[in-house]
Design a protein around this ligand. Structure first.
Ligand SMILES: NC(=O)c1ccc[n+]([C@@H]2O[C@H](COP(=O)([O-])OP(=O)(O)OC[C@H]3O[C@@H](n4cnc5c(N)ncnc54)[C@H](OP(=O)(O)O)[C@@H]3O)[C@@H](O)[C@H]2O)c1
Length: 248
């Protein structure tokens, strides 16, 4: 269903980003997998049904964002979907009044500033895409304030604002905020060390909504704030017909 789609996923060395990169490739998409860890990216099966290009890069640096753009440019300079799954948690359980300045800056840099600056780099490629879409990874604590979640919660509130503003401005593309909900990843284990990981869904289980939104016919309106949990176990292509069959 995604065989013609060109999809870039950040945070693809671990957790949700890795799971989504593999699911997109499994459904036939051409995927750029971005993260700093070249070793972890090298473990991705590059010959899934689609094709995965590992792009080792730090999204917080100009050089990293340039390397990402160069990789896309070398392969046609066109993107249909960008999923911003790279993220940083920082301290949890520390009240704002005591929150360390270095973490304040670095968490905001990864979770918000890098998303904005990478989008500026990739926007020309998305303009050449078909039914292009940007998907941001939201959080429950980024929609409702919760004590002790520090800059992580503040940055996710800011990301919601960025995604909403882009949705208003970008008339030719779709913008989605997706809350994955608690998902079995290293970040979740860091945030909830006492939780039994077996009680939370895997990245593959929360993938259906992300697969659906990457489809050119996804009917969800731009600017929507969505919950991946609502699509666990469902057919991602529910209600979608091939564009050709619908004369599009
Ligand atoms: N897991 C959950 O329960 C949950 C819930 C709500 C929202 N989320 C959100 O979902 C997203 C993915 O989280 P996750 O749980 O999958 O986390 P994770 O397993 O810790 O993965 C984070 C990813 O971000 C990458 N990354 C971090 N800094 C980077 C940088 N400067 N440049 C490039 N890549 C960078 C990491 O790769 P490298 O270290 O190799 O660079 C890694 O691939 C995050 O935005 C998170 O806030 C997760």
């Amino acid at each position: 269903m995604l065989s013609t789609r060109l999809i870039l996923v950040t945070g693809a060395s671990s957790g949700i980003g890795r799971g989504l990169a593999l699911e997109y490739a499994r459904h036939g998409a051409r995927v750029w997998a971005v993260a700093r860890s070249a070793d972890a990216l090298a473990q991705l099966p590059v010959d899934a049904e689609g094709r995965v290009t590992p792009v080792p890069a730090d999204v917080t640096t100009a050089a990293g964002r340039r390397a990402i753009a160069t990789s896309v440019e070398h392969e046609g300079g066109c993107l249909d979907v960008v999923v911003h799954a790279a993220g940083m948690l920082g301290s949890v359980g520390v009240p704002l009044v005591d929150y360390p300045e270095d973490e304040w800056r670095s968490v905001f840099e990864v979770n918000v500033t890098a998303v904005h600056l990478l989008h500026q780099r990739l926007a020309p490629f998305l303009e050449r895409g078909t039914a292009p879409a940007v998907i941001g990874l939201a959080s429950t604590v980024g929609r409702e304030p919760r004590a002790g979640w520090g800059m992580y919660a503040v940055s996710k509130h800011a990301l919601e604002g960025w995604l909403g503003t882009l949705a208003q401005e970008w008339e030719t593309g779709r913008v989605y905020s997706v809350n994955p909900g608690g998902t079995r990843t290293p970040m979740r284990a860091q945030a909830r060390p006492d939780e039994d990981p077996g009680t939370v869904p895997t990245p593959e289980q929360i993938a259906p909504l992300f697969l659906r939104l990457a489809h050119s016919d996804a009917p969800e309106p731009s600017g929507a704030r969505l919950e991946a949990g609502a699509w666990i176990g469902r057919d991602p292509w529910e209600g979608l017909g091939p564009r050709r069959a619908r004369g599009l």
